[in-house]
Ligand binder design. Structure first.
Ligand code: ADE
Length: 418
């Protein structure tokens, strides 16, 4: 079996950590039990390019239990948990290609290594597999039944391919399932981003001015959690509806140009490029902290910051200090890469449980509907989304009401009123 990981000797630690996550993923566990019996993915090669964490390990093990031949590589060079890769190879015999801190060349060689297996399903977090196939390995499209995409940034790339008429195979936007983005993006990114910032810096959030750029589901989550810890949250937005929502949620809203002068901690979570740029660094207070939790490391202009600095020091793990020519210092966390996975462990297992249940059930759906799908970006079928919600509630021991016949008829009628 081919693989490329850091050190097989880390497998014992990795196995226990995978088990720790599994305990918190009851929905995925249920799916795994059924998959073991029914083998709905038998004969399917699945190439996964995901953050290689304990939660992803549980997804890979579930897909394998369903009969799939699974290959895994990283969707970010800094998020790989090396003990997890060791256990995946040693204990679960899943070919894994991921090393924490890998350079660009090795990162892309790993993407190509999983694609060499001629996958029938691609499973992306950020669309790097799809992008590689469309740019350089179009011949692989003939083997692919469909792909899945985990994150907002990836879905944006896919919609761009679809709009230009270039999409070579169907892809499911897992991110857009309600049981994904309402929970994973809001509560997962919300908590793990704060966790990453605190692990890297140990700053006191209480009383600090915390600037959140982007008020999508991730931004909302981070703002809510920072505020809950006593920070004074400022939101920067370009979308008037989201900006209005932030105002009504009780935050100050202003352009980043103004916020730059006020903030103590800055967090970008927009999915766009150079959101925090050189003209903003120059206005920042001495000692400002800047971090990103968007998928790619493009949101903070770190290259520009380097150029305008006279000195750089690594203060501690995940903290680089840049001294500007005006003498003020700006601290960048995790090289501007997504801080929740670079300095912390990513979203907690109990929220990834729902995201990855959508991935597993959508893979099964793809296999069942092979040949019937078009080259377009699909939503996760509503029955899968609802099933995940029901299973999660059940696992949490929460019961809900059902409509009476009278209530159903009332809702279905246009005649009934006061
Ligand atoms: N994305 C964000 N958090 C994650 C995690 N814990 N595992 C896999 N992908 C993630």
């Amino acid at each position: 079996m081919k693989y490329d990981i850091k050190d097989l000797k880390l497998a014992k630690e990795g196995k226990l950590r995978i088990e720790w996550a599994e305990e918190r993923m009851p929905v995925l566990r249920l799916i795994r039990e059924r998959f073991k019996k029914e083998k709905p993915l038998k004969g399917t090669v699945i190439a996964c390019c995901l953050h290689v964490t304990t939660e992803t390990a549980n997804l890979a093990i579930t897909l394998k239990a369903g009969g799939a031949d699974v290959r895994l590589c990283a969707s970010n060079p800094l998020s790989t948990q090396d003990s997890v890769t060791a256990s995946l190879v040693k204990d679960y015999k899943i070919p894994t290609f991921a090393v924490n801190g890998e350079d660009n060349k090795r990162y892309y060689s790993h993407i190509n290594a999983v694609l060499d297996a001629k996958p029938n399903i691609t499973m992306d977090d950020g669309a790097d597999l799809v992008s590689m196939i469309h740019k350089k390995r179009q011949n692989l499209a003939e083997y692919i039944l469909a792909g899945t995409e985990e994150t907002t940034t990836g879905v944006i790339r896919l919609r761009s391919l679809e709009k230009k008429g270039l999409l070579l195979f169907p892809v499911f936007a897992i991110n857009d399932a309600q049981t994904k983005h309402f929970f994973d993006n809001r509560y997962g990114t919300g908590q793990s981003t704060i966790d990453g910032i605190l692990r890297a810096t140990n700053v006191l959030l209480s009383g600090c001015k915390f600037v959140v750029c982007g008020y999508g589901w991730c931004g909302r989550g981070v703002a809510m959690r920072a505020s809950g810890m006593g920070a004074n949250v400022i939101v920067c937005e370009v979308d008037p509806l989201k900006a209005l929502e932030a105002v009504m949620d009780g935050y100050r809203v202003m352009p980043i140009d103004c916020a730059a002068k006020e903030g103590d901690v800055f967090l970008s979570t927009t999915g766009d490029i150079n959101v925090i740029d050189t003209k903003h660094f120059i206005k920042m207070k001495d000692g400002a902290i800047v971090a990103n939790s968007g998928h790619f490391d493009v949101e903070i202009n770190v290259k520009g910051l380097k150029k305008m600095s006279k000195k750089t020091r690594k203060m501690k793990q995940f903290v680089n200090e840049y001294t500007l020519k005006n003498g003020r210092r700006v601290n960048v966390l995790g090289d501007g890469r997504l801080i929740n996975l670079a300095a912390a462990e990513g979203h907690p297992a109990s929220v990834m449980d729902m995201s990855f249940a959508n991935q597993a059930l959508t893979s099964e759906f793809i296999k069942k509907n092979a040949g019937r799908l078009k080259k377009q970006v699909y939503k996760v079928p509503l029955n899968i989304d609802e099933k995940v919600a029901r299973l999660k509630l059940k696992a949490m021991g929460v019961q809900i009401d059902t409509l009476t016949q009278e209530q159903k008829e009332y809702l279905a009628s246009w005649q009934l009123g006061t």
